[in-house]
Ligand binder design. Structure first.
Ligand SMILES: [Zn+2]
Length: 344
């Protein structure tokens, strides 16, 4: 105890006698006496070793010493002036620019999907979603694709082991069925989402991809409505000068069915590898909903008619952003994704 008091006296003398004459020696003083591992800190931890009857005395001496050490520091800091302030590590220059926040970017599939949704929303369509794990009824049977129907072969998918009746949906048409089953008419929806096919993965195809499907059911809906809706869509998407053509096609769930082409945007119809020198690029399938599908969902097909269409999102995204490999969309490579920070 007495030894500690003597030490404090020695430190006091040191403070009084040692001149502080610059920023460096002030900083050395601060670290020696006031720092987190400094003399004051150590003396305060010695407090616990002081006999309790002398704690009060020791505390008083120590507090006086603390006051002296701090007063001296403030005094010299003032003396040395503004130069000291600049060198002190905890000073903050508020005029410096801040740290940049890392900004993410939207995935090109999301960009394209949102673009499509926005156009149809302006026509009064609302977005509907449904499960990706679906039962056979909503993915196939209700869509006029009964078991053993040959068209099922074109949509081979993945089945759930424990429930052979369950599968990963091959299109977002299951959402259409679920909406129709609700029985609230008219229906005007678009269904964006991820779908699955049992296909070999390559630059041009993948075992999963994305679709946007559309459905409109009301009284007196005709093929003219279908055509005008889709014409409006491609004009908004690709420009007013776009040309379209419909080719007869076959889908079990629509009758009549068609595929819609637009004139090739890359060669403007003169022929290139993308359009396989035809001047046309297929962008979607469509048709008037088959009466059997309406009846499967409890809708009177004598009273109501409707149209449906479906398109992939990957293909137009590949074309728009000049991407040559569909696998890039799902590899999560930051070098790829970063390129879409400014994309729309
Ligand atoms: Zn072309």
């Amino acid at each position: 105890m007495d030894q500690l008091l003597q030490q404090i006296l020695d430190y006091k003398r040191e403070i009084e006698e040692t001149p502080v004459n610059g920023i460096d020696s002030l900083e050395a003083y601060r670290i020696r006496f006031l720092g987190t591992k400094g003399i004051l800190k150590n003396l305060f931890t010695e407090m616990k070793n002081v006999p309790s009857e002398r704690k009060k005395e020791f505390g008083q001496v120590l507090n006086e010493f603390k006051q002296l050490a701090e007063d001296k520091y403030d005094y010299w800091k003032k003396e040395i002036g503004s130069k000291t302030e600049e060198s002190t590590a905890d000073q903050v220059d508020t005029t410096l620019p801040g740290d940049l926040l890392a900004i993410g970017s939207r995935h090109p599939i999301s960009l394209m999907k949102n673009k499509i949704i926005k156009i149809f929303e302006r026509l009064g369509f609302s977005v509907a979603e449904g499960p990706e794990i679906e039962d056979d009824w909503h993915n196939f049977t209700a869509l006029n694709l009964p078991e053993h129907h040959p068209a099922r072969d074109m949509q081979d998918t993945f089945y759930i082991h424990q429930r052979p009746d369950w599968l990963l949906r091959t299109h977002t048409s299951n959402v259409q069925i679920r909406e129709m089953e609700k029985g609230k008419l008219p229906i005007r929806i678009i269904c964006p989402g991820r779908v699955y096919r049992n296909e070999t993965i390559s630059a041009r195809s993948h075992c999963f991809f994305h679709q946007v499907e559309g459905l409109y059911i009301d009284e007196n809906v005709s093929f003219a409505d279908l055509k005008q809706t889709l014409y409006f869509f491609v004009q908004e998407m690709y420009g007013k000068n776009i040309r379209i053509r419909f080719r007869p096609s076959y889908f079990p769930f629509t009758e009549p069915s068609a595929e819609m082409d637009i004139n090739c945007q890359l060669c403007n119809g003169t022929g290139c590898t993308v359009c396989k020198h035809s001047g046309w690029v297929e962008i979607l399938g469509c048709g008037m909903i088959h009466p059997a599908v309406l009846e499967n969902c409890g809708i009177d097909s004598n009273h109501f008619t409707g149209f449906a269409f479906g398109m992939g999102i990957e293909r137009p995204a590949l074309l728009k952003y000049g991407i040559n490999d569909i696998r890039l969309f799902s590899e999560n490579d930051v070098r790829f994704l970063r390129q879409f920070i400014a994309a729309t």
